[in-house]
Design a binder for this molecule. Structure first.
Ligand code: SAM
Ligand code: SF4
Ligand code: FES
Length: 372
């Protein structure tokens, strides 16, 4: 809608500018300009029914992916932003039914990476050319707000943007992290279907998740959210609601991941999410939110050997390669067969750059902030 509003005055200006022109070449130029403007305004707001139709029908997939790719190119360009991911603790107090890090999973060896080693990983990420690092963990209360603020301010001595992905915290904690220098925060809503949310997240509250997202926005973070695709009992109607929610929140980043069952969770026997359905949710999100950052997610590549490249050609413009020291990687087992668990940060950095170059794109050298 925003693009339409922007496009019509420009279209009008183009017509007024060239109205009195009779020479053939100027007339042709005018026509080309008008076509260009119309082409640029392919991004639009789909109604819930239209989204449901796209999600239910596979006949329009190619057109959908092509359109998302085109809108990505026009709005955020060909550069791919890399975010170096440090999974610094797999200890979690929560019990999300789908996640291998849930507190009830006794078949997982737990670890914490302490400040000095986190900073070594950050240094390594910076040496490898990352302009953003992401600190991710379970909800681990060992890291008090004070401890985290200390880590954050140390990280900010490097020339990097910092994203946190450490779950639900209080307003005051979010404020302290921001003051210490955190730039962005990732907190997926996971699903906007309240009944399903309740089933998937015992003892957690959908309202609190929402409040956290709005608190982060109020505090001036770049806010990332997103959803899991393929949770048991999830419907295409609720996925459509998820996409509409991303727009209403006016998010800066959206991460879409297919659900992958983990044998050490209550959803061990559940069916896996569908790669192509997750890709469609991502493509529609790009079309409706043209300027945001969208990662080609690790879960996509876990389900499809070329998943991240396909995602980058269907609307995504971000990748989050792992920079966690290799010895911890297998223990951050959210779901099975996660990619890169036997690799080191140097290998992942080279691997991802070659994938990006192979599709005619480049690695960005800037921070990759959301440019509205
Ligand atoms: N604890 C933080 C949180 O929940 O926001 C951050 C870490 S959590 C492991 C990061 C993301 O992993 C979650 O937002 C969730 O969507 C995803 N995840 C967890 N279990 C998954 C599974 N079985 N399949 C795919 N993604 C999963
Ligand atoms: Fe913990 Fe996050 Fe996993 Fe939920 S998704 S169990 S909060 S690590
Ligand atoms: Fe880790 Fe390819 S990104 S090996």
């Amino acid at each position: 809608m925003r693009t339409y509003f922007l496009s019509y005055p420009i279209l009008l200006m183009a017509i007024i500018e060239f109205q009195p022109v009779y020479q053939a070449e100027k007339f042709i130029f005018t026509l080309c300009y008008i076509c260009f403007i119309y082409n640029s305004s392919m991004n639009k707001i789909f109604s819930k029914d239209e989204i449901i139709e796209f999600l239910s029908d596979n006949l329009k997939n190619e057109k959908l992916f092509e359109t998302a790719d085109k809108i990505r190119k026009e709005n955020v360009g060909n550069e791919v932003h890399l975010r170096g991911l440090i999974e610094f603790s797999n200890i979690c107090r929560c019990g999300c039914k789908y996640c291998g890090l849930r507190s009830q999973n006794k078949n997982l060896e737990r670890y914490r990476i302490l400040k000095d080693e986190i900073l070594l990983s950050v240094q390594n990420a910076v040496n490898l050319g990352y302009k953003t690092v992401v600190l991710q963990s379970g909800e681990d209360n060992f890291y008090s707000a004070d401890k985290l603020c200390e880590i954050i301010s140390e990280i900010k001595k490097y020339d990097v943007a910092l994203t946190l992905s450490i779950g639900e915290k209080t307003y005051d904690e979010y404020r302290a992290f921001k003051k210490a220098g955190a730039d962005r925060y990732l907190l997926r809503i996971e699903t906007t279907d309240k009944t399903l949310y309740k089933k998937m997240h015992p003892k957690m509250s959908f309202e609190n998740r929402l409040a956290c997202l709005y608190n982060l926005k109020t505090l001036g973070y770049e806010v990332g959210t997103g959803c899991l695709v393929g949770l048991p009992e999830q419907t295409v109607e609720s996925l459509a609601d998820d996409i509409l929610f991303f727009r209403d929140l006016d998010a800066d980043m959206i991460g879409i991941g297919p659900f992958i069952p983990n044998e050490n969770t209550p959803l061990a026997k559940a069916q896996s999410g569908d790669f192509w359905l997750a890709l469609k949710v991502m493509a529609i999100t790009r079309i409706m939110l043209p300027t945001i950052n969208i990662p080609a997610t690790t879960a996509m590549e876990t389900l499809h050997p070329d998943g991240r490249r396909i995602a980058l050609q269907s609307g995504a413009n971000v990748v989050m390669p792992n920079v966690t020291p290799q010895k911890y990687r297998a223990k951050y087992e959210i779901y099975p067969n996660k990619i890169c668990i036997n690799d080191v940060p140097e290998k992942c950095r080279k691997c991802i750059e070659s994938k990006i170059i192979s599709i005619g794109r480049t690695v960005s050298k800037d921070f990759g902030n959301h440019k509205r």
